[in-house]
Ligand binder design. Structure first.
Ligand code: SF4
Length: 330
């Protein structure tokens, strides 16, 4: 895929088949990578990758000034993956996959179109000079966002016309999915837990604090305002909810502390329920996958969407969260 083994590019995109092949062909065994002094730099960088993902949500780029830098960078990726697997947290898997994908996006924006096309091919994405084929577009675009909806896009002979950075953004999503899928099936060798014990303990404690959210059983729906009650009931019944309704429901449930998996359960009755797609939409709205946490819409906005069914208490509030808090306090 890359120009006659361009180590810099392999190091920049270590999740590609070609980069993994390169590491495999080096025939270094796992025990050496984990303990030999030669790979100390790679181990440090591997730990840093995971810490950066946890703390900042993106893996930093490092200067790749020569062959040694590239080799260490290449080996640091499988080390980071083993550490993530050893922490045994779905939250970390998702966060790390996104952080690596964001790092790749930063680099991809500066790559020539030919390279972008080749990399897109790795994920089965068909591109041409206009953009991306609409079937691939629908697979990876966050179409719940008005800006990405297909109806708001210019379609030419089956291709969605996109700018360079937009194609890179969709590839970012394909990368995130691939890394996340692979990590979900990865088991770390026992020695990883021993060698990186302190870091793994610190990561587990950091992840635990992020996961401390009430379960759906702990949320009292009695206190929901009528608009949210109605949306939650529609979601449970599998009724089709308009985009703005789903958005309102997700922002509200997240704001009162519900975790993604529990929000997912609500939508699972929907006739067109797609676990991965719905999770992606929820994580975008709640900021896990986008870095932007969307606020719960105010009552006047919900009213214009035709989703407001006010009761007596509604006369004294201007925001669904105020309603919930007031009822909870009583
Ligand atoms: S007034 Fe506000 S809280 Fe009450 S139903 Fe309407 S949007 Fe919901």
């Amino acid at each position: 895929m890359f120009n006659s083994v361009d180590l810099t590019q392999l190091a920049r995109y270590p999740f590609t088949t070609e980069a993994k092949e390169w590491v495999k062909n080096e025939k270094v065994n796992t025990a050496d990578i984990l303990s030999d002094a030669v790979y100390e730099r790679a181990r440090m960088r591997g730990i840093a990758r995971v810490h950066q993902a946890l703390k900042r949500g993106i893996v930093d780029e490092v200067p790749l000034l020569g062959e040694a830098d590239c080799i260490m960078e290449l080996f640091s990726y499988p080390i980071a993956r083993m550490i993530v697997a050893a922490v045994e947290s779905e939250y970390l898997i998702r966060r790390y996959a996104l952080a690596e994908a964001k790092k790749a996006y930063t680099a991809l924006k500066n790559e020539p179109p030919e390279f972008i096309s080749i990399l897109a091919g790795e994920f089965g994405i068909t591109t041409d000079h206009r953009g991306i084929h609409f079937t691939d577009y629908l697979k990876y675009a966050p179409t719940w966002d008005t800006k990405w909806k297909l109806v708001n896009r210019n379609l030419q002979h089956g291709y969605v016309v996109l700018q360079h950075h937009e194609i890179a953004r969709l590839i970012q999503e394909a990368i995130r999915e691939k890394i996340q899928r692979e990590l979900a099936n990865l088991f770390a060798p026992p020695e990883v837990k021993r060698i990186f014990r302190d870091d793994i303990v610190a990561m587990r404690s950091s992840v635990a604090s992020k996961d401390r959210r009430p379960k759906i059983e702990e949320v009292n729906e009695e206190y929901f305002p009528p608009c949210i009650k109605s949306l939650a009931a529609a979601a449970r019944a599998g009724t089709n909810i308009p985009h703005v309704g789903r958005f309102t429901l997700v922002t509200f449930l997240h704001a009162i502390g519900m975790e993604t998996d529990d929000i997912l359960k609500l939508f699972s009755a929907s006739p067109d329920f797609n676990m991965e797609k719905t999770r992606y939409q929820i994580e975008h709205i709640t900021g896990k996958a986008s870095g932007t946490t969307y606020a719960v819409p105010r009552c006047d906005t919900i009213l214009t969407w035709g989703l407001c069914y006010p009761d007596q208490l509604c006369k004294t509030v201007r925001h669904p969260l105020f309603y919930y808090r007031r009822r909870s306090r009583r």
